[in-house]
Design a protein around this ligand. Structure first.
Ligand code: UDP
Length: 486
């Protein structure tokens, strides 16, 4: 803590990550960004089973501590192992949210013990604003999405344009630009508002808690979405600091390979070796984040599209790696003989890929993405054009940013929010192939890559000293230091 004798003194930032990869990965990057500044000590508060995942992603040189709290599995009536991000990826998420709400008392105990100067906590812990208030420290919210999606979500929540339009598209009211969506592309929490959906309740609590918080930390950079950054601050009245792209806090290859805490150095170097043999901009990378779980029928369509396109690809599939005794014919999701036929051209990664390492490679010229915000921004940060294939959450909003606002992506024409509904829409091979071909082989794709590369330069400048995100983090730290000094 800063003292009267040492006004520039130290700042202790406590960080509470939500245990899902898409939330945990960027907030650990944020911890690294804080810890990289002089006089800032950072503590990540997490549970026992998540601690190894966190510590694997922290360089030994960084001044980041881990404070353990107990996951209330018994009280929540969930299995012990359910506290991990991997469990969240695979099982009943409603149960998990219930257990996460019970972290309140353990968090209070941790804050009483470590006495930080501020708390950065995930938006999924709305009650943490009161915990911070109890200790007289500011709480900063981390949503995990960019300005465009944050603004779109508020405009839809407030104006409910989908209520007057059953299936027709509507223009998002008040939002800068003419952004069109359909009701079926909205998150379940917005669509099923009246039906007592627990996520709707959570979204309401999150909005309320934002009003009680000190401000919002945004993983974006101003130059990427200036109109929406202004709208968020000026029209929606949210104090905020854009400090991203936070993935650029991973500078060394080992850090990039270890991001997510699940990859192995060996698989990363195999991947890089493979990419080295390919021409610049010739490979398409296909990955749908840590949660999206496509039906086997959909995976077969992707395989058929790739084979028929005939170009080079890296395709990440959320399946367990094959054991030595298993053959391809035992894998229902892959056409028999696919890997033999595409051996020269393609690489399938079963499980977890070193995404930012792959994306950063010059051989990768396009990214088929589900438009999770981390993946979207990671693609932008390294100048990749995209085929957009949103599935759930706020991914349809991110798609609009990529296609309609930035002009660096082509949609695969997914029309419906699907996760959790059990009626997954299958996108046929032909449509996938057309989008991939347009992106990888045509002039249209070339132009998108050119624009994406311009954004890459802006992203890099933003986090360097004097850049917008670097300055924004400096301003925030100065403000917090001053505050803790008073
Ligand atoms: N990721 C990765 N390897 C994988 C799958 C995902 O490194 O095989 C990382 C990816 O780089 C991103 C995060 O996991 O940082 C996924 O977050 P995103 O917001 O894109 O999607 P979500 O998983 O939340 O749907």
């Amino acid at each position: 803590m800063a003292t009267a004798d040492d006004p520039t003194g130290n700042l202790h930032v406590a960080i509470l990550p939500f245990m899902a990869h898409g939330h945990m990965i960027p907030i650990i990057d944020i911890a690294k960004l804080f810890a990289s500044r002089r006089g800032v000590k950072t503590t990540i508060i997490t549970t026992r089973l998540n601690a190894p995942l966190v510590s694997k992603q922290i360089p030994t040189t960084a001044e980041i501590h881990i404070e353990l709290i107990r996951f209330p599995a018994a009280e929540a009536g969930v299995p012990e192992e359910s506290e991990t991000a991997d469990f969240f990826s695979s099982t009943a998420q409603k149960m998990f949210f219930h257990a996460a709400a019970l972290l309140r008392r353990p968090l209070d105990a941790a804050l009483a013990k470590i006495r930080p100067d501020c708390l950065v906590s995930d938006a999924f812990f709305p009650w943490s604003a009161e915990s911070a208030g109890k200790f007289g420290i500011p709480r900063l919210v981390f949503h995990g999405t960019g300005y465009f999606a944050l603004c779109t979500a508020v405009c839809i929540r407030v104006h409910k344009p989908h209520k007057n339009s059953d299936s027709e598209s509507f223009v998002v009211p008040c939002l800068p630009g003419k952004i069109e969506l359909t009701p079926s592309q909205l998150p379940e929490s917005a669509r099923k508002e009246e039906e007592g959906n627990p996520f709707t309740e959570l979204v309401r609590e999150m909005a309320e808690s934002e009003g009680k918080s000190y401000g919002v930390i945004v993983n974006s950079f101003r130059e990427l979405e200036p109109n929406y950054a202004d709208f968020y601050r000026d029209e929606l009245g949210r104090r905020n600091w854009a400090i991203g792209p936070v993935s650029l806090s991973n500078r060394r290859s080992e850090e990039k390979a270890g991001r997510g805490g699940r990859g192995t150095g060996e698989s990363s170097s195999d991947c890089l070796k493979w990419l080295e043999s390919k021409e610049p901009d010739s490979v398409i990378y296909i990955c749908f984040g840590s949660l999206a779980d496509f039906a086997d029928s959909q995976l077969k369509e992707i395989a058929a599209a790739l084979e028929s396109w005939g170009g080079s690809f890296i395709w990440v599939v959320r399946k367990d790696p094959r054991t030595e005794s298993e053959s391809e014919s035992e894998e229902e999701w892959l056409p028999v003989g696919f890997e033999d036929r595409t051996a020269e051209k393609g690489l399938i990664i079963r499980g977890w890929a070193p995404q930012i390492l792959i994306l950063d490679h010059e051989a990768v010229g396009g990214f088929v993405t589900h438009c999770g915000w981390n993946s979207t921004l990671e693609g932008i940060t390294v100048g990749k054009a995209m085929v957009t294939w949103p599935v759930a959450a706020e991914q349809f909003y991110n798609e609009k940013l990529v296609t309609a606002v930035l002009g660096i992506g082509l949609p695969v024409e997914a029309e419906k929010w699907v996760r959790g509904t059990g009626d997954d829409e299958v996108i046929m091979a032909e449509g996938i192939e057309i989008a991939v071909r347009r992106l990888m082989d045509g002039d249209e794709g070339k132009e998108m890559r050119r624009k994406a590369k311009e954004l890459r330069e802006m992203a890099r400048m933003a986090i360097e000293e004097g850049g917008s995100s670097h300055s924004s983090l400096s301003d925030l730290i100065d403000e917090l230091k001053q505050r803790s000094h008073v």
